[in-house]
Design a protein around this ligand. Structure first.
Ligand code: PXL
Length: 244
């Protein structure tokens, strides 16, 4: 039960690889982490990004695959179309089942990419992946549609190039799950908090962990929605816990 995160490093620990490893550990699978970029940030302010070269990302993935058997991976911040292309190539090469968090901008508005990643995600990675987990604005970017209602989200989910959960944090808590064309709406109560940094990372990491523990895709998604909800309720994300 070894899983892999391919994502950026948020040194404040709220998002990215560090958070993914914590979610893997909490759910009881062994996590490995391939770094696509370093960032300098805290939950309130984003300072800068230092991307890692595609060649060195490839070497990290190869070094893990050289000695571990990995079936499920998640991807987070991929930074550039070149990195997206590389990850897609590795997914094919190692027959990996990928859950893609289509990260394009940080919650804090930080510079997680310089380019339009939607095109490369649609072209290279999503057709190769088992699930993607966009929020409303990411789903809008992936599909070119505007999402204001549940019906809009359902329509968008039908345009996305793999199975999906469009998360509903900005749509009254309405999560739209599309697995092989079958739609499930999962409404969650919204919790009033400013402590949401890293919740998207946690969702996709949790899904991968539950998949690795032999849950089917839908069960993994539903368990992960609960996992993230409890985390938000208990203030486990961002810095609040660290400030106590
Ligand atoms: O939540 C998106 C995200 C993903 N990965 C890294 C991030 C962020 C948001 O800040 O920093 C590394």
């Amino acid at each position: 039960m070894i899983v892999m995160s391919i994502a950026g490093v948020d040194p404040s620990g709220g998002a990215g690889v560090l958070t993914d490893i914590k979610a893997f550990q909490a759910i009881g699978v062994y996590g490995t982490g391939v770094v696509t970029a370093l960032t300098a940030q805290n939950p309130y302010k984003f300072f800068s990004t230092l991307p890692i070269s595609p060649e060195y990302i490839e070497e990290q993935i190869d070094s893990i695959m050289d000695s571990y058997e990995v079936e499920f991976i998640k991807t987070g911040m991929l930074y550039s179309p070149e990195i997206i292309k590389l990850v897609s190539k590795k997914v094919n090469e190692y027959n990996l089942k990928a859950v893609v968090d289509p990260v394009m901008v940080a919650t804090s508005g930080g510079d997680l990419t310089k380019e339009d990643l939607a095109l490369a995600l649609n072209k290279y990675l999503l057709p190769n992946s088992i699930l993607t987990t966009p929020n409303i604005s990411e789903a809008e970017k992936l599909t070119g549609l505007t999402i204001k209602t549940k019906e809009d989200a359902i329509k968008a989910s039908k345009e996305i190039k793999c199975d999906s959960i469009i998360t509903g944090g900005h749509l009254d808590g309405i999560n739209t799950i599309n697995i092989a064309g079958e739609i499930t709406i999962e409404k969650q109560e919204l919790i009033k908090t400013d402590n949401l940094h890293g919740t998207g990372c946690n969702l996709s990491a949790a899904i991968v962990a539950y998949l690795a523990k032999n849950n089917d895709l839908k069960t993994s998604i539903l368990k992960s929605l609960d996992y993230v909800y409890e985390g938000i309720k208990n203030g486990n994300y961002g810095t609040l816990i660290a400030k106590i």
